[in-house]
Ligand binder design. Structure first.
Ligand SMILES: N[C@@H](CCC(=O)N[C@@H](CS)C(=O)NCC(=O)O)C(=O)O
Length: 219
């Protein structure tokens, strides 16, 4: 499939772009990448040239156009059904979808106060209660998923092999590293598994090589 184009933002900051990009990479898709630097005077204008929602990521596939990171991941899972981007079992898939949607729609305190910034380290002594609440919910999801599905299915990810749910949480993995969040054994192993995934490494390497710097970005 050679007519896929993914429009993304800066790799250091664009957490939503990372999710869609990971889904394509893990599916083994070959795709063209169009990177629009965020937070520039012409950013909105440049994104609007691709689609009227004014946000990245945007996936173009011939005449089809998909926006919203989770919808893109779903579309990629349908294009490449053999790559297991969702768990095969119906019940497991329903849970993985529910958790992915929870991530897509929620955790606003974490997103606001701990923006993704792959290159930086901002260890914090204390956290706002609502941020800590988000961290507690996420770490509980990770522990429960690993315990209930991950270990049983084999593999180091939440439901065993890498799924869309892991793509949805990949920016959180990066945030937990940037802000030095204290984690238990299970969560630490999971963070390492996501961080060391070849696709994640490819993205982070590119993030380090980017020259653009944005102050206090919330993406
Ligand atoms: N809900 C959207 C969120 C997309 C979003 O907020 N993208 C940010 C970058 S990560 C963006 O395009 N911001 C536009 C801007 O900064 O002008 C999704 O899941 O794709």
């Amino acid at each position: 499939m050679d007519d896929l184009i993914l429009v993304i933002g800066n790799k250091n900051y664009s957490s939503w772009s990372l999710r869609a990009w990971l889904a394509l990479k893990v599916a083994g898709a070959s795709f063209e990448e169009v990177l629009i630097p965020l937070d520039q005077p012409n950013t909105r204008q440049e994104i609007l040239k691709h689609w009227r929602n004014g946000k990245v990521p945007i996936l173009k596939h011939g005449d089809n156009l998909v926006w919203e990171s989770l919808a893109i991941c779903e579309y990629v899972a349908e294009l490449f059904p053999q790559t297991g981007l969702w768990p095969a079992d119906t019940r497991a898939r329903a849970i993985a979808r529910s958790l992915s949607t929870e991530m897509h729609a929620g955790f606003t305190a974490l997103r606001e106060h701990m923006p993704m910034n792959i290159r930086s380290r901002f260890p914090e002594e204390s956290r706002k209660p609502d941020v800590q609440e988000d961290i507690n919910r996420i770490t509980a999801i990770w522990r429960r998923s690993r315990e209930r599905y991950g270990v049983e299915n084999g593999g180091d990810f939440l439901f065993g092999s890498f799924t869309i749910l892991d793509a949805m949480f990949a920016p959180v993995v990066s945030r937990f590293r940037t802000y030095a969040v204290d984690l238990g054994e299970v969560e630490t192993s999971y963070v390492e598994a996501v961080w060391n995934h070849p696709a994640m490494q490819e993205w982070t390497k590119a993030a380090h090589a980017e020259p653009m710097v944005i102050d206090s970005a919330e993406f």
